[in-house]
Write a protein of this length. Sequence first.
Length: 108
Amino acid sequence: MADVRLMVAGREYIVTCKDGEEPRLQTLGNMVDEMAREAGGASGGLNESRLLLFSALLLADKLQDSRAAGSGGASHADANDSNSYEQALATLDKLAGRLEALADRLEV
């Protein structure tokens, strides 16, 4: 197992992943950071749990848009691209769930 240091909204998180998944996790972390900055900038002084919640919601919104767009014209996609796309969606779903669980724990 490998540890990856992620910076999200100016805060460092250490996340464990399988060996070899570090670049992918770093990319996903960068996406979450981008969404956290977008959420924080749009609504001002959110606490950490609310910021993570809104970040997860923004990511889920983008995921939903991607799914809707993918169902229309993806028939010409290469099988490998389709598999990578599905893996990315599954990873984002898991990440959104983990962020929501973290946000729930932080609110207690």
